[in-house]
Design a protein around this ligand. Structure first.
Ligand code: ADP
Length: 445
């Protein structure tokens, strides 16, 4: 026996998937954090620049007032006194009506590229300029940049490790699920289940669904196996009989009459097998939706009338009263369906009712309406069905314990259920041993 090929994703895919999610997570985290860092840097540098400009404007106002009060000497005095006390040195220059500039403080570093300047031209044409070195600000910003660089680096490291850890723990249940699926495929054991973590999240739901799917598959496989067993078992009896008949005929002395009788028996047994196989195939087709239904609108009363007519003689012969109830509304109960198939449904139910009702009993066939459904009801006063058999009577090849004496294949009700199902309807039964049975078919109107 060859082992089942191992299919499905290998762990490397899960790992690549995890890596991809981790990278996405890290990228988003890093991009977001970098944006915040850049914004912080921009706002800080802007506010430092703003502060420098305010200082310069303030000083410019003071110096202009001093100049206007007492000319260049008073201004020079003010500047000198301030420069002695001030922690930060300012550059001050006065250009008197286009003549040579008078620099009142620090002439060396008057490099406009490294200075923040503010100036005002007075009404007499004098230009007063105040400037401040940007060096201190630049140094501060440089230290700030270094700190932010370190922060960004830590963010990248945290994002990568965090992303990896988070994805690992998030993928853990998926990995467990994958392993379980792989194990099931490898061993072919559909009774294995993936444990539910109990967190109630989406993955738990997936695991629960997967387990439910396995339950369903297991159920279907078991049902198929059971059907196959029953079919083999049920085929064995007629085939053995067929063989026995042929063998017996061959064993004795040649006799045309005996041969004829044996061949007739063989034909009967073969017919039985063929009917059984045909019915099994009909049931499968109806259940799988592959049954070709010639749907047309038809009065349910007509369908019932034909089936009842078919069984009138059987009922009379058995001494059972067969009644087709006719309500005034009956002709207006119209369903869309396959006439032959629906007649088969009615016929099977009537056949059973007559079969399991002793002489003197009564079988009623009624139709009616219940909300959006048309009803077909077959009621009998027969043996009834034991409670433990009721759930199984619609199973293929099931025959009640007490019914074995009657002719039958155990396929009638399975076919009824499958055909009614193919028409979008349902069938149910109410029954008690000794008090008869009521089978109700509901079909969409
Ligand atoms: P069968 O060929 O045995 O009649 P069915 O599928 O038609 O197979 O029915 C399955 C079983 O359901 C029967 O063997 C019988 O035990 C039970 N059953 C069906 N219809 C009736 C009924 N009207 N009264 C009592 N038992 C019934």
């Amino acid at each position: 026996m060859s082992s089942a090929p191992e299919t499905g994703p290998r762990p490397v895919f899960t790992r690549a998937f995890g890596l991809r999610i981790a990278l996405w997570y890290a990228t988003l985290f890093v991009v977001g954090s970098t944006a915040i860092v850049l914004l912080t840097y921009y706002l800080t540098s802007q506010s430092l620049l703003q502060r420098d400009r305010q200082i310069l404007q303030g000083k410019l106002g003071d110096y202009t007032a001093a100049y206007l009060r007492g000319g260049i000497n008073v201004l020079a005095n003010t500047v000198r006194i301030e420069q002695r006390a001030a922690p930060e040195r300012l550059f001050v220059r006065v250009v008197d009506r286009g003549v040579e500039a008078v620099v009142l403080s620090d002439s060396d570093d008057w490099d406009p590229a490294r200075l923040e300047t503010a100036s005002v031209r007075l009404s007499d044409g004098t230009l007063v300029q105040v400037a401040k070195s940007t060096e201190a600000r630049e140094a501060l910003l440089a230290r700030f940049r270094a700190a932010l660089g370190l922060v960004t680096l830590s963010i990248v490291v945290i994002a990568l490790t965090g992303g990896w850890l988070v994805t690992q723990s998030a993928l853990f249940p998926i990995r467990r699920l994958t392993q379980a699926v792989r194990r099931i495929i490898r061993t072919g054991r559909t009774d294995a289940r993936v444990p539910v973590a109990g967190t109630g999240d989406a993955l738990d739901e997936l695991v629960a669904l997967f387990n439910a799917m396995l339950d369903k598959i297991e159920g279907l496989v078991a049902a198929m196996r059971h059907s196959l067993d029953s079919v083999s078992h049920d085929l064995r009896t007629p085939l053995t009989r067929l063989r026995g008949t042929a063998e017996m005929a061959l064993a004795g002395a040649p006799d045309v009459d005996r041969y004829r009788e044996a061949l007739a028996d063989c034909v009967e047994e073969s017919d039985r097998v063929l009917v059984m196989l045909d019915t099994l195939m009909d049931i499968s087709e109806a259940e799988s939706g592959a049954m070709q239904l010639q749907r047309e609108p038809m009065a349910l009363a007509d369908v019932v009338a034909r089936a009842v007519d078919l069984y009138r003689d059987v009922a009379d012969a058995k001494g059972v009263t067969l009644v087709a109830g006719a309500g005034p509304d009956d002709p207006r109960i119209v369903v869309m369906g396959d006439r032959t198939r629906l007649e088969q449904v009615a016929a099977n139910l009537i056949d059973n009712a007559l079969k399991y009702t002793p002489a003197g009993g009564r079988v009623d066939v009624e139709i009616g309406r219940d909300g959006p459904s048309a009803l077909l009801r077959v009621r009998d006063t027969g043996s009834g069905i034991p409670a433990d058999e009721i759930p199984r009577i619609f199973d293929r090849l099931f025959r009640g314990d007490k019914s074995r004496a009657e002719r039958g294949l155990g396929l009638g009700l399975s076919l009824v259920k499958a055909v009614v199902g193919a028409h979008g309807g349902t069938v149910n039964v109410e029954s008690e041993p000794g008090r008869g049975s009521v089978f109700t078919v509901r079909l969409p109107l």
